[in-house]
Write a new protein. Structure first.
Length: 277
């Protein structure tokens, strides 16, 4: 087993697993508890427009994904601010628009885009050291912001009306949370791909919530579970020559089903979760 460490691409893959697990374990907990999975899906698919633009113009597709992800987060926050009644419909349109733009940009690009499928379905075995650096920077940004605004995020996650009575800038905090979700999605793109990104944002937290009702503990458990799922998935995909992103998701779902068997009575998400710290 230790022979895998003689390959640079495997070392990069393992580092990516560890770094990505920190981000999606923390942010995925917010996504699950606040019930904004569909919004996260809209942001995820809109990033494909940035990936296509990166191929067309000639810069890193991940940088394009960051830009489009943040713009999508700001757009969704704007929809919420003006309280559009058809917010779900507009998010669905944004979802499709981002994918369509990405396809058009790529079709306009000269030559062939060899890594296109890795952005849709993930291929962590192709991740480069430069992308590891990018993921590391995003990880630090996400972690520091969550540490600084932990109490404020806690308030808006469980009771926005109460947070407003405390004088918190709920709208700005919600926008910041969406931006963090966008950055986390970018980290996950090379791990499991745009199509499967929502699974990794939700499966580890959905298991952790069965073992703790404290947000901080849920985050910690989600990070550990994410590390376990991704490492097992990468190793299986390497030895069996399988698609890494899909393998990671299958491993995660198997563990989720196992958790259902051991925690039948705790399957419902409780809206009155409180952090006692």
């Amino acid at each position: 087993m230790f022979e895998i460490f003689q390959y640079d691409f495997m070392i990069n893959a393992i580092l990516a697993c560890l770094l990505a697990s920190i981000a999606f374990g923390i942010i995925g907990t917010y996504v699950l508890v606040k019930r904004i999975v569909f919004i996260s899906g809209g942001i995820a698919h809109s990033t494909y427009g940035g990936i296509g633009l990166g191929y067309l113009v000639g810069f890193s597709p991940l940088y394009g994904a960051i830009g489009f992800g943040i713009l999508s987060a700001l757009f969704i926050s704007l929809l919420r601010k003006f309280k559009f009644q058809s917010e779900d419909l507009l998010i669905g349109i944004m979802w499709s628009f981002g994918m369509a733009l990405g396809i058009l940009f790529i079709s306009f690009s000269p030559g062939y885009a060899p890594n296109l499928m890795s952005y849709l379905f993930g291929n962590i075995l192709t991740i480069s050291f430069e992308e590891i650096i990018t993921i590391s920077i995003l990880d630090v940004i996400i972690f520091l912001i969550v540490i600084i605004f932990y109490e404020q995020f806690l308030a808006i996650t469980f009771d926005e009306e109460f947070a407003e009575t405390l004088g918190l800038p709920v709208g700005k905090l919600y926008t910041l949370l969406l931006v963090l979700i966008a950055l986390t999605i970018v980290i996950l793109i090379k791990l499991v791909g745009i199509i499967l990104v929502i699974a990794m944002l939700t499966i580890p937290p959905s298991i952790s919530i069965r073992f703790s009702n404290k947000l901080s503990q849920m985050m910690f458990i989600s990070v550990i579970l994410g590390i376990i799922f991704t490492l097992i998935g990468v190793l299986i995909s390497y030895y069996l020559n399988l698609v890494s992103g899909a393998t990671i998701i299958v491993v995660s779902i198997i563990f989720y089903l196992i958790s259902l068997l051991f925690n039948r009575g705790k399957s419902k998400l409780k809206t009155n979760i409180k952090d006692n710290q």
